[in-house]
Design a protein around this ligand. Structure first.
Ligand code: MN
Length: 383
């Protein structure tokens, strides 16, 4: 039986850090996939008798996706430390170099597409690496994180702990919209079965809000989008707090805040979708949809692009236009590859990356027109 490449090496290094009382930092993406990954890896480390000194989630809107300089600046005082990234990191070549100088030994756990160069770190666990023999490639990050927890705890993972990890793995896997097949399907089935009787106060609280039948009647998606609606602020995240809190009262507060926030976000997504539809009705022949605005929130761009791209079956680029730079999300129809498309423009992009059908980018405003032209050329040829 194959294992995911480097997963044993990563687990061994984490156990060593626990045994030597090294400081450990977890740095996860701010969506539910990243957050659920962080929660289970932290709990696995605690189960080994270790401690995580900081759990960080970047504010995508303000500080940028992935490991960013502001975070490294804040974390510097904790060096040296073992630095575990979850659901991000594979594109952070420069940041990893700086992290190493500061004194962080990095383990990258990610499920995004590796670009041409990968960071020079202690080890990388990402089944999408070309030389990874593991047959299943379509995990959400939390699926990989769950495999890492299994590797870390081995036989010491009690059935109760395993179930509670699977509950989160199921939610993160559904939230990340990866195909619900093979290993993902098993994770989802087992996780949802356990969810009904969850011990986790931060999940149980949703039965009070939506009723105990929530998993069956479609409210499951409401729970997931509420957990996915949190945005990080100063590297803290409400969904992470909710999922790790032991206080029922605090959980109720946080959960209600997230449910309200999600409702508000859904309305804003609708407004942006309407605005884009108005704009593109004037240019129906263009091979891609490429729209930005200073008023749009970056955190909504993915949902918006997803709706538009499904409806119009075109590669869709939606971005927040900042003062000098723009940052956006990409969704594109099956059998097209937006990461490959952006590779043809990588000279003018500040950063980019993600999955073949869901990705993101950051670019200087003066290069937006050229970027659009390059993308149009690429997708025109692929037609
Ligand atoms: Mn993910």
């Amino acid at each position: 039986m194959y294992k995911i490449k480097n997963i044993e090496k990563a687990a061994e290094r984490i156990r060593q850090a626990v045994n030597n009382n090294e400081r450990i930092i977890i740095y996860g993406d701010s969506d539910l996939d990243g957050i659920s990954s962080a929660v289970i890896v932290e709990e696995a480390i605690k189960n080994l008798g270790g401690q995580v000194c900081r759990v960080f989630f970047p504010d995508r809107e303000k500080d940028g996706y992935g490991v960013n300089l502001k975070a490294l600046e804040l974390l510097k005082k904790d060096a040296p430390a073992l630095f575990i990234t979850l659901d991000l990191g594979i594109g952070n070549v420069k940041e990893a170099e700086l992290a190493k100088k500061i004194g962080f030994e990095m383990i990258i756990v990610d499920h995004h597409e590796p670009l041409d160069g990968v960071p020079d770190v202690y080890t990388i666990v990402d089944p999408k690496q070309k030389d990874d023999p593991y047959p299943f490639k379509q995990f959400a990050n939390v699926g990989i994180a769950f495999r890492l927890c299994e590797e870390l705890l081995g036989k010491n993972m009690s059935p109760t702990l395993r179930n509670s990890f699977l509950e989160l793995a199921a939610l993160g896997t559904i939230a990340d919209m990866v195909p619900q097949i093979e290993e993902n399907q098993k994770i989802i089935e087992e996780g949802l079965r356990s969810l009904k009787n969850t011990f986790r106060p931060g999940l149980k609280v949703f039965w009070d809000i939506f009723g105990k039948g929530a998993i069956l009647d479609g409210s499951l998606l409401k729970i997931i989008s509420a957990l996915n609606a949190s945005e990080s602020e100063t590297f803290e995240n409400d969904s992470y707090m909710l999922l790790t809190s032991g206080s029922a009262e605090r959980c109720r507060e946080l959960a209600q805040k997230l449910v309200d926030k999600n409702q508000y976000k859904q309305q804003q997504v609708k407004n942006i979708v309407h605005e884009i539809e108005r704009r593109i009705s004037q240019k129906p022949k263009e091979p891609i949809i490429f729209e930005g605005d200073p008023a749009w929130r970056l955190t909504l761009a993915g949902s918006v692009a997803s709706i538009i791209s499904q409806k119009y079956e075109k590669p869709t680029f939606v971005f927040k236009k900042g003062d000098s730079e723009s940052c956006g999300s990409v969704r594109n129809p099956k059998h097209t590859n937006s990461v490959e498309a952006m590779k043809t423009c990588d000279g003018i992009l500040i950063t980019y990356g993600g999955h073949t059908q869901a990705s993101g980018f950051r670019i200087k405003n003066e290069n937006l027109e050229e970027f659009k032209k390059g993308l149009s050329r690429y997708f025109q040829k692929k037609k």
